[in-house]
Design a protein around this ligand. Structure first.
Ligand code: IPE
Ligand code: IPE
Ligand code: MG
Length: 248
């Protein structure tokens, strides 16, 4: 049955990315185009999130990391921040059983402690419920900023060095990455950004060193399963050289 699906969509399951990261952008512009307020765009965006999670699970992609709220997004008007937090809580509450049924493990990357207490509680319930799931990991980047992540890692390493728990000469790339929110996970193979913006906006700066980039012009609420599959097909055609010369 499953192999039928891959044949139907012309995807080679052996060449799928193990880790997909997405900068979900364009909710506000989508709503503006429809002469609606930004909240409407965020609500519609949540439906796209559901569809992308389902598609990743179906295709057996092991890790999906979604940029949902950046450290910089705290500077948006208080009303918009509050609405986003409410939507987040509602989303987690309504989706947690479905995530669990699909054997998806929920994980948060970012400053979880900065989120409102009721959102933290809802997240913690879902994290606890899904903690032993093995089919897929869903990383939600919340109050996430790569510079904060790197700074936090440096601070922890410095502290441990000061305590004599590690020696500066032992610090290598592998060790540094263990201090990130993404510790233990492979780097994203594919990074998608919607809404046509050609920037990474402080997302996973270290981890995307060799990710394949894909910028879609589509605004996030209009992003579909079909477009996602097209991107995966495009990804499969890329030569990932990692700085080396490919032997032919
Ligand atoms: C992405 O959509 C969602 C978040 C950043 C929370 P935006 O809200 O950034 O929408 P645009 O970029 O203003 O269209
Ligand atoms: C990036 O989008 C953050 C998220 C998608 C959560 P932004 O809309 O905040 O980024 P900029 O302001 O366009 O760089
Ligand atoms: Mg934006």
């Amino acid at each position: 049955m499953k192999s039928n699906l891959f044949t139907k969509i012309n995807i080679d399951p052996a060449k799928l990315p193990g880790h997909v990261a997405i900068i979900m952008d364009g909710n506000g512009r989508w709503a503006k185009k429809k002469l609606r307020n930004r909240v409407f765009g965020h609500e519609k965006g949540a439906e796209t999130v559901r569809e992308v999670i389902t598609t990743c699970r179906e295709l057996k992609i092991k890790i999906l990391t979604l940029y949902a709220f950046s450290t910089e997004n705290w500077s948006r008007p208080e009303k918009e921040v509050n609405t986003l937090m409410k939507l987040l809580k509602k989303f987690i509450r309504s989706e947690k059983d479905e995530l669990h049924n699909k054997s998806i493990k929920l994980n948060v990357i970012g400053q979880k402690e900065r989120l409102p207490i009721d959102v933290i509680e809802e997240l913690d319930l879902a994290i606890e419920q899904t903690k032993d799931n093995t089919a897929m990991v869903l990383n939600l980047a919340l109050s996430y900023g790569a510079r904060e992540e790197i700074t936090r890692a440096v601070r922890k390493i410095a502290y441990e060095a000061k305590q004599g728990k590690l020696f500066p000469e032992d610090i290598d790339e592998e060790m540094v990455s263990k201090y990130f929110y993404t510790a233990g996970m492979p780097d994203p193979d594919l990074l998608i950004r919607t809404s046509g913006e050609m920037r990474v906006s402080n997302f996973l700066l270290w981890q995307i060193a060799y990710s394949e980039l894909f910028i879609s012009e589509t605004l996030w609420p209009d992003f579909t399963r079909d477009e996602f599959i097209n991107i995966l097909r495009d990804y499969q055609k890329r030569d990932r050289r990692f700085g080396k010369v490919l032997c032919s």
